[in-house]
Design a protein around this ligand. Sequence first.
Ligand code: ADP
Ligand code: MG
Length: 404
Amino acid sequence: MSVVSTIGGKNKDGARSASLVVFAVDETTAHDLAQSIGQLGVTDAYVARGDIDTAISHLSRVEKSPQRLIVDISGESQPLLALDRLAEACDPSVQVYVLGESNDVTLYRSLLQAGVRDYRYKPLTVDALRGWLGDQDGSLVRKARSGKIIAVTGTRGGVGVTSVAACLASQLTAGKGLRRIAYLDLDFYGGTGSTLLGMSSNHALPEVLQNIERIDPQFLERTLTSKDGRLFVLAANQNYSDAFSMESGMMGRLLAVLSQHFHYVVIDLHNPGGTLANEVFSHADMACLLSDRSVHSARVLTRLLLHIEARQNPPALHVLLNSSRSPVKGRVGAKEFAQAISRPVALDIPYDGKLPGLAEDLGEPLAAGSELAKAVNKLTRMLTGELAQGGAAAKVARWFRRSA
Ligand SMILES: Nc1ncnc2c1ncn2[C@@H]1O[C@H](COP(=O)(O)OP(=O)(O)O)[C@@H](O)[C@H]1O
Ligand SMILES: [Mg+2]
């Protein structure tokens, strides 16, 4: 990669905190863009030669995500797949603009569908660049990119909400991508989620709520707990004597902010009832509802499904059966259960013996070969769209978009 221009800081720091980052494949475009950016009076930009993968490796080193990123897909044989890799590497809040060589309307539409703000073919005129840089929400009417919100809840205590939510959060970080995940523990009086993720619980939630107006990536890195800079825990861990309350609308605001900074927000929704849970359901893209095979759970689930589906903007619902206890003979099968609730069962998680309990006691990941881990792996791929997707286009179509 050759750096063409770092405006607003000739040193390394300028490069690492620029609000506009540009990668162009060829020298001429890079130079022209650097010149135009200078003419337009931008004070903190970084322009270099490189393709999408160069941009990805640059982003993994910067301290602060840029506000805008311009990338060049010229010569890229599978641009949508390359953009998919990019999506995993940059914060959902980054506005991505794409340059290319072809005047191809199908490509243009696919890119917009994937959440790219705009696509232009080269050479990019100063006017077009001005349009991009002046693009405050509204001038280019595009839906803002945001991470996906996944709520996990259950029909009663002990059905495996925390086990599944924690395992899902950690599996979402796995793989080659550079996804950032937030695990939001709504078991306010000390849930086990943090322990399952090998971290200690924190009291970050009240602090985050108090500072909701000025949350930036630095604040989140300081306040949330993380071992690897990828998976972050946000919990309340209240004293039993203290009430925990959130003003109406606050949960929605919190989720809107978190979804700007994380690719996925996994919510351990300890209690599916009440106003706070309603706000979670209204903002979630997906909800996983855990149940055992009891008649009681079938009844609760039926009511809960109807309640969530009646919300204005309901999440995509996934019913999961889990056997958190040793199975007893005579229990209804997954098929009969699905009939009883008149909904399909997305996943039937088998009893996993001692492994989940052991992992919890030790604060270690589930052992290799764990049935629970295997089932959640399937769930993870279902929710990210990797499973049962018809190729690259389908995968990319869900790249930035909210599914709701
Ligand atoms: N599939 C499973 N196999 C074996 N044990 C499980 C399974 N799912 C959950 N458990 C265990 O069941 C208990 C309750 O699970 P937990 O996730 O804390 O439930 P919840 O959050 O719904 O109250 C935990 O001890 C956990 O280790
Ligand atoms: Mg729990």
